[in-house]
Design a protein. Structure first.
Length: 134
Protein backbone atom coordinates (compact mmCIF):
# COMPACT_ATOMS: atom_id res chain seq x y z
CA UNK A 1 0.00 0.00 0.00
CA UNK A 2 2.73 2.47 0.94
CA UNK A 3 4.75 1.60 -2.16
CA UNK A 4 1.69 2.02 -4.38
CA UNK A 5 0.84 5.34 -2.72
CA UNK A 6 4.42 6.58 -3.14
CA UNK A 7 4.41 5.59 -6.80
CA UNK A 8 1.04 7.30 -7.29
CA UNK A 9 2.26 10.55 -5.68
CA UNK A 10 5.56 10.46 -7.62
CA UNK A 11 3.77 9.95 -10.95
CA UNK A 12 1.31 12.70 -10.06
CA UNK A 13 4.14 15.10 -9.18
CA UNK A 14 6.14 14.31 -12.33
CA UNK A 15 3.11 14.58 -14.55
CA UNK A 16 3.76 11.08 -15.92
CA UNK A 17 0.24 9.90 -15.23
CA UNK A 18 -1.76 7.13 -16.91
CA UNK A 19 -4.78 4.93 -16.26
CA UNK A 20 -2.67 1.96 -15.13
CA UNK A 21 -1.47 3.81 -12.03
CA UNK A 22 -5.02 4.85 -11.11
CA UNK A 23 -6.34 1.30 -11.53
CA UNK A 24 -3.45 -0.19 -9.52
CA UNK A 25 -3.95 2.35 -6.76
CA UNK A 26 -7.71 1.69 -6.67
CA UNK A 27 -7.16 -2.08 -6.50
CA UNK A 28 -4.71 -1.73 -3.61
CA UNK A 29 -7.07 0.59 -1.72
CA UNK A 30 -9.97 -1.84 -2.22
CA UNK A 31 -7.82 -4.73 -1.00
CA UNK A 32 -6.93 -2.73 2.11
CA UNK A 33 -10.57 -1.93 2.79
CA UNK A 34 -11.50 -5.59 2.33
CA UNK A 35 -8.70 -6.72 4.67
CA UNK A 36 -9.61 -4.18 7.35
CA UNK A 37 -13.31 -5.05 7.15
CA UNK A 38 -12.72 -8.81 7.20
CA UNK A 39 -10.22 -8.91 10.05
CA UNK A 40 -11.33 -6.05 12.28
CA UNK A 41 -14.86 -4.77 11.68
CA UNK A 42 -16.82 -7.98 11.03
CA UNK A 43 -15.37 -9.90 14.04
CA UNK A 44 -16.13 -7.00 16.40
CA UNK A 45 -19.64 -6.61 15.02
CA UNK A 46 -20.26 -10.35 15.31
CA UNK A 47 -18.97 -10.43 18.88
CA UNK A 48 -21.19 -7.52 19.93
CA UNK A 49 -24.25 -9.28 18.48
CA UNK A 50 -23.44 -12.63 20.11
CA UNK A 51 -26.13 -13.85 22.53
CA UNK A 52 -23.46 -15.76 24.45
CA UNK A 53 -21.87 -12.56 25.79
CA UNK A 54 -24.43 -12.04 28.53
CA UNK A 55 -24.96 -15.72 29.23
CA UNK A 56 -25.07 -17.10 32.73
CA UNK A 57 -22.71 -20.09 32.77
CA UNK A 58 -22.92 -22.83 35.36
CA UNK A 59 -20.43 -25.67 35.87
CA UNK A 60 -21.24 -28.95 37.56
CA UNK A 61 -18.33 -31.30 38.23
CA UNK A 62 -18.92 -35.02 38.77
CA UNK A 63 -16.59 -37.99 39.17
CA UNK A 64 -16.54 -39.05 35.51
CA UNK A 65 -17.61 -35.91 33.66
CA UNK A 66 -18.58 -32.28 33.97
CA UNK A 67 -21.53 -30.32 32.66
CA UNK A 68 -21.48 -26.77 31.31
CA UNK A 69 -24.86 -25.02 31.14
CA UNK A 70 -25.44 -21.64 29.51
CA UNK A 71 -28.60 -19.60 29.93
CA UNK A 72 -28.89 -16.62 27.60
CA UNK A 73 -31.54 -14.26 26.33
CA UNK A 74 -33.04 -16.53 23.66
CA UNK A 75 -32.64 -19.95 25.25
CA UNK A 76 -30.25 -22.28 26.96
CA UNK A 77 -27.63 -24.85 26.08
CA UNK A 78 -26.00 -27.63 28.03
CA UNK A 79 -23.07 -29.88 27.22
CA UNK A 80 -21.62 -32.82 29.08
CA UNK A 81 -17.89 -33.52 28.72
CA UNK A 82 -15.62 -36.26 29.98
CA UNK A 83 -12.38 -35.23 31.68
CA UNK A 84 -10.09 -36.66 28.95
CA UNK A 85 -11.60 -33.95 26.71
CA UNK A 86 -9.59 -31.37 28.67
CA UNK A 87 -6.21 -31.11 26.92
CA UNK A 88 -4.69 -28.69 29.43
CA UNK A 89 -5.57 -26.44 32.34
CA UNK A 90 -4.08 -23.06 33.18
CA UNK A 91 -4.54 -21.00 36.34
CA UNK A 92 -4.42 -17.22 36.71
CA UNK A 93 -5.02 -15.25 39.93
CA UNK A 94 -8.77 -15.04 39.18
CA UNK A 95 -9.74 -17.95 36.90
CA UNK A 96 -8.88 -21.47 35.78
CA UNK A 97 -8.97 -22.18 32.04
CA UNK A 98 -9.98 -25.70 31.03
CA UNK A 99 -8.84 -26.07 27.42
CA UNK A 100 -10.76 -28.53 25.26
CA UNK A 101 -8.81 -27.57 22.12
CA UNK A 102 -5.67 -25.54 21.50
CA UNK A 103 -7.71 -22.32 21.20
CA UNK A 104 -10.97 -23.02 23.05
CA UNK A 105 -11.34 -23.09 26.82
CA UNK A 106 -13.98 -23.00 29.49
CA UNK A 107 -13.31 -20.34 32.11
CA UNK A 108 -13.99 -21.29 35.71
CA UNK A 109 -14.14 -18.18 37.89
CA UNK A 110 -12.39 -18.85 41.20
CA UNK A 111 -14.74 -16.50 43.04
CA UNK A 112 -17.61 -18.87 42.26
CA UNK A 113 -15.85 -21.69 44.05
CA UNK A 114 -16.51 -22.03 47.75
CA UNK A 115 -13.90 -20.47 50.07
CA UNK A 116 -10.71 -22.51 50.36
CA UNK A 117 -11.94 -24.89 47.66
CA UNK A 118 -9.61 -23.72 44.88
CA UNK A 119 -6.90 -26.08 46.08
CA UNK A 120 -9.46 -28.87 46.50
CA UNK A 121 -10.64 -28.24 42.94
CA UNK A 122 -7.07 -28.43 41.62
CA UNK A 123 -6.58 -31.73 43.48
CA UNK A 124 -9.89 -32.96 42.06
CA UNK A 125 -8.63 -32.17 38.53
CA UNK A 126 -5.23 -33.71 39.22
CA UNK A 127 -6.96 -36.96 40.26
CA UNK A 128 -8.51 -36.96 36.78
CA UNK A 129 -5.08 -36.57 35.09
CA UNK A 130 -5.45 -32.83 34.52
CA UNK A 131 -2.43 -30.87 35.76
CA UNK A 132 -3.24 -27.22 36.38
CA UNK A 133 -0.32 -25.03 35.30
CA UNK A 134 0.14 -21.46 36.45
Amino acid sequence: TILCLASFILDLALGDFDKTIIVAFAVVVLMDVFYFTTYFIIPRWTLKKSPILNAEIKFEFYNDNFCVSSVFKHGHESIELRYPTVVKAYETPTVIYLYITKNQAYIVDKTNLEPNSVEDFKIFLKNRNIDVKS
